[in-house]
Design a protein. Structure first.
Length: 232
């Protein structure tokens, strides 16, 4: 694998796992009544959080797991369980309503203040674990091992992929008002439920892969990787 392959693979994996497009309805519900500038402000904070956390795990993830004696298999199982509960929560009728609260103190001209208040509410679950979940963290840690072998070009390609995915996420969230108007309440509810189902399936897949690694093949490899090396 060369640096370009690493960058492309990491970008594709992070985009699929973070799924910024699928998370737009949740973000739109949580920023109900906000101006376009305020949405851009909170989108920027979320994107910067993505960059910070993913770069941190890309650079230190392997050493961090080694320091605590945590295997990647254990990390995947624990993360899968967390995602499973979140996915089940997203299939509820009232999931979007938990975020669809208009800020009563909102001043349309107060971009920074609104962004700070909404970020405190959205850091969980949108930033973590929907965007920065066990899958995304596992992906950057695995690619960090490849970058270590490639050298400086590999590290640069990995960092570029992380920044690129964060920029795409910012763009998706910044235009969430337009997307929410196009989808309507029913459309957003459907998208969120489908995303919840996908998250549940992804969570079970993480658990299966983790168990397969932890039990040294006790779980059938065909179940842990049904589509070969290309599956995420």
């Amino acid at each position: 694998m060369n640096a370009v392959d690493l960058g492309v693979n990491l970008f594709v994996a992070l985009f699929a796992l973070a799924d910024p497009i699928g998370n737009v309805p949740i973000f739109a519900a949580a920023t109900l009544g906000a101006t376009a500038a305020q949405r851009r402000g909170i989108s920027g904070m979320i994107a910067l959080t993505m960059i910070g956390f993913l770069v941190f795990f890309f650079v230190t993830g392997l050493a961090l797991l080694e320091f605590f004696g945590i295997s990647l298999a254990a990390f995947r199982i624990a993360g899968g369980i967390l995602l499973l509960f979140l996915g089940l929560d997203m299939t509820r009728d009232d999931f979007l309503k938990t975020f669809a609260d208009v800020d009563p103190t909102n001043d349309p001209g107060d971009v920074r203040g609104y962004a700070r208040r909404r970020f405190q509410r959205l850091v969980v679950p949108i930033a973590i674990p929907l965007l920065i979940g066990p899958g995304a963290i596992s992906a950057v840690i695995i690619q960090a091992g490849e970058a270590r072998e490639i050298g400086a070009a590999g590290w640069a390609a990995g960092l570029a992929a992380i920044v690129a995915v964060s920029v795409v996420t910012f763009a998706c969230f910044a235009v969430s008002g337009l997307i929410s108007r196009l989808l309507g309440e029913v459309g957003m509810a459907i998208v969120v439920r489908v995303l919840g189902l996908i998250l549940c399936a992804l969570a079970v897949q993480f658990i299966i892969v983790g168990l397969g690694e932890a039990t040294n093949g006790f779980i059938n490899l065909a179940a842990s990787a049904p589509y070969g090396e290309g599956g995420h």
